[in-house]
Design a protein around this ligand. Structure first.
Ligand SMILES: O=C(O)c1ccccc1NCC(=O)[C@H](O)[C@H](O)COP(=O)(O)O
Length: 201
């Protein structure tokens, strides 16, 4: 069954409702450029409030390694998601502490996907060039190159996630924009419908 990550949690109650709806992972964005920036303290409280079930993923973009590790520790996340043009050494260093979701854009696939094939602790995620922008990828065009075991993000929501899964059979799916009432605030019905659609695809 496809695993489901609900990203951009900024409110403890949204973590709880996502977990109750069956989310496998919750995303907490620590990249200062994001409209869904959350503090490590709130992420930590959210993690404590959902019990042992869902993974808690700290999301970072172009941030120094020590900042990533300090923030992840303060927030008590269980995995780290890495966006941006960082080196493979940087990703490997994080994977010594946390399972890593390494985010690639379709344009990066040819150069970087093979680097991470069968590397323990690193899972690929394909996302649109603008993270959190709500723009879907061209699933048909990606089909031949989509790495086995990779996750998919980019403009997914209740209305299109089943179709995306049928095209690419990702190991997991991730979404934010189409699950929100406003930036950083979840729309409960959309979260529930997204998880249901992904799990039954
Ligand atoms: O969502 C953001 O604001 C964001 C900003 C900077 C780095 C990452 C960010 N989001 C990470 C995610 O994993 C999103 O869920 C993913 O990009 C999909 O977003 P959407 O297309 O809006 O569903």
């Amino acid at each position: 069954m496809t695993r489901v990550k609900v990203c951009g949690i900024t409110i403890v109650n949204d973590a709880v409702l996502s977990a109750e709806a069956g989310a496998d992972a919750l995303g907490f964005i620590f990249a200062p450029v994001s409209r869904r920036l959350v503090s490590p303290a709130v992420a930590r409280q959210a993690g404590l409030s959902v019990g042992p079930g869902p993974a808690r993923v700290g999301v970072f973009m172009n941030q120094a390694l020590d900042e990533v590790l300090r923030t992840a520790e303060a927030a008590r996340v269980s995995a780290v998601q890495v966006h941006g043009p960082v080196s493979s050494l940087y990703v490997q260093a994080i994977s010594g502490y946390y399972p890593v979701l390494r985010v690639l854009r379709p344009a990066d696939l040819a150069a970087e996907a093979d680097v991470w094939t069968d590397v323990p602790g690193v899972t690929l995620m394909l996302d649109a060039p603008e993270p959190g922008g709500g723009i879907p990828l061209d699933w048909a065009a990606l089909k031949a190159a989509f790495p086995r075991g990779a996750w998919l993000a980019g403009g997914l929501g209740p209305a299109n996630v089943a179709e995306a899964i049928r095209h690419l059979r990702p190991a997991g799916v991730d979404a934010v924009s189409r699950l929100e009432a406003q930036a950083g605030v979840k729309e409960p019905a959309a979260v529930q419908a997204f998880i249901r659609a992904a799990k039954t695809a």
